[in-house]
Design a protein around this ligand. Structure first.
Ligand code: SF4
Length: 569
């Protein structure tokens, strides 16, 4: 029997997220491997936030036979609460711990890439802290290590799983560690792996992407995914994202491995999503992640069928994140990208046609998200102009996209962008800054206004972080919208809100319903038409026992009519 700690420093990869409220498959699979080796083994799962908040947990780590650290980002991200562990932080926590330490996750595979536009950090000093760095599949390596009682130098740290069926037992046995996550149960979403590897590996894949290093797609069998979801559901999980793959529309395609753009398999998606609903009938979130616009554009009939299936079984506010990268034909060619401007536009139209309508939680059912990448080969000033023109075109055609993600490449080792590094990023820095500003002011904000007109109700917003007088919250799911709620006190609760104002990538909202007799001045001020003076007048005259009493304090009946839409008496 062994005592093994898993320290979750959080991961962020192009196809997998493990920053709260997400828990990635990494810790779950590793816990399963430890338990499969010996069911008496004790797994102590801790997140980096639990160590930050309670430093005494560092000494608890020391009481284990082994500490396995999961960390690293291979895409730049922005986080609200809970941010990934940095190399220096891990050094500080772990350096003097008298216990064997293992590093795994993207940090072990690619180093610590903290953000685009900067070089991947040198992680050499980590070799002194960790006795074992596992760039392979941690669950497979750790299982072999325990099972065969290997010495560190005997371990093949590069070892990968032979096929996806190998993780079946790990995924099921490790599912109960979700109970040790500080966000459990209400504000925790499980990233579910569907497959790894990209069909475009046969022609080399996109120049900046690490996914082709995983080879051709290895789909998890539908029943394996269902079994895992059943285990997680039985352990109290109610939020799921069917992600951890490059394209959900390509899942279980019979042509994967033969074609760069395999024909989708709508029947498989119907089986997967309908079975999920059977084993997790009261789930609260069921979302997807990535979608390849090149596949959607080439197979519109099958893709439409799949989008409809997703909407039939999912929860609203869902986002299909599409890798656009660039609409400049020169950049597309030089970087072997997956779709041209026309194809991307047709994929956006298809998803709008099927998914634009508002769903139960107040957000559109299913919209595309667009990911652009800058710093690619062939990029010039013209690239920025073309991309901006493309976004303007989307807006003019009254199409919606839920999110526009503009990022600079991280030159990941062993990708074709490694040798180019940050050269192009540095050369085009000023174009990037100007483009970002144009997009947020002229595209993102006006689109938010179209998507959520004033007074729109958004349900089940989790109040996550307080900053000054404003609490920031989000719904649980894929790329949730950031919502600022001024003047409220409630933290770590789910509330419904009503839209009152717009940021560039966020909105301002007030609780719905809003009790006029108890709301704070800061909240009242946000109601359209109130402002500071009228908010004070309300405070001085309350409590109001009926609408008439409220109407009498305003000289202008139009103001009263505006306000009464937002408050309850
Ligand atoms: S299509 Fe390109 S970006 Fe997407 S996973 Fe494949 S190689 Fe990576």
């Amino acid at each position: 029997m062994r005592k093994i700690a898993i320290l979750d420093g959080y991961i962020d990869e192009p196809t997998c997220l493990g920053v709260p409220p997400y828990i990635s498959p990494y810790p779950r699979y590793i816990a399963g491997a430890i338990r499969l080796h010996d069911k008496k083994n004790i797994v102590n799962y801790l997140t980096i936030d639990q160590v930050r908040k309670y430093p005494e947990n560092i000494s608890h780590l020391a009481q284990n036979d082994l500490v396995i650290v999961i960390a690293g980002m291979s895409v730049p991200g922005r986080y609200l609460a809970g941010y990934p562990a940095s190399p220096n932080e891990l050094k500080r926590i772990l350096e003097s711990l008298p216990v064997k330490k293992v590093l795994t996750g993207p940090a072990a595979k690619h180093g610590f890439g903290m953000q685009g536009g900067k070089k991947t950090k040198n992680t050499d000093f980590l070799k002194k802290i960790f006795q074992l760095i596992i760039p392979g599949d941690a669950e497979t390596v750790i299982y072999n290590y325990l099972e065969n009682n290997l010495r560190p130098y005997e371990i093949n740290t590069e070892e990968k799983r032979k096929n996806s069926s190998q993780i079946r037992a790990y995924a099921n046995l490790g599912s109960s560690i979700v109970k040790n996550h500080p966000n459990y149960p209400d504000y925790l979403i499980c990233e579910i792996e569907t497959y790894r590897g990209c069909p475009r590996t046969i022609i080399g894949g996109c120049s900046f992407c690490s996914e082709p290093s995983k080879g051709l797609p290895d789909f998890r069998p539908i029943n394996d995914i269902i079994e895992e979801i059943k285990c997680l559901y039985n352990n109290g999980i109610r939020h799921f994202r069917i992600g951890s793959q490059p394209c959900i529309f390509s899942y279980q395609s019979k042509e994967a491995g033969k074609k760069e753009f395999p024909k989708p398999n709508p029947e498989a998606l119907e089986e997967l999503f309908s079975k999920i609903r059977k084993v997790a009938p009261d789930l609260k979130t069921l979302h997807i992640d990535n979608a390849n616009p090149g596949v959607i554009a080439r197979y519109p009939d099958q893709s439409e069928k799949i989008a409809k299936t997703i909407i039939k079984y999912h929860t609203s506010g869902d986002v299909a994140a599409m890798g656009v990268e660039s609409t400049d034909p020169v950049v597309i060619k030089q970087n072997n990208l997956k779709a041209d401007r026309q194809q991307i536009m047709s994929a956006i139209k298809l998803l709008n046609k099927v998914g634009k309508k508002t769903g139960k939680n107040g957000m559109p059912e299913l919209l595309p998200g667009l990911n652009f990448v800058f710093g690619l080969k062939g990029e010039t000033k013209k690239t920025y102009e073309m991309n901006y023109d493309f976004l303007k075109d989307i807006f003019k055609q009254n199409l919606l996209v839920r999110r526009i993600n503009l990022r600079q490449i991280i030159p990941i080792p062993n990708t074709k962008m490694e040798e180019i590094g940050n050269k192009i990023i540095n050369k085009n820095k000023k174009h990037f800054i100007r483009f970002k500003k144009q997009v947020k002011e002229n595209i993102e904000q006006p689109m938010l206004k179209k998507m959520l007109p004033m007074g729109s109700i958004i349900r089940d917003v989790y109040t996550e972080k307080k900053d000054g007088n404003t609490v920031f919250g989000r719904q649980i799911g894929s790329y949730p919208l950031l919502i600022g709620i001024p003047g409220i006190k409630s933290l770590h609760e789910f509330i419904d809100v009503k839209t009152v104002d717009y940021g560039f990538r966020s909105i301002t909202a007030i609780p719905n319903p809003l009790d006029i007799n108890t709301a704070s001045r800061q909240t009242l001020e946000q109601i359209p038409g109130i402002g500071k003076k009228r908010a004070i007048k309300i405070l001085l005259n309350r409590p109001f026992s009926n609408k008439k009493e409220l109407s009498q304090i305003f000289d202008d009946p139009i103001i009263y009519k505006k306000i009464i839409k937002y408050v309850k008496i």
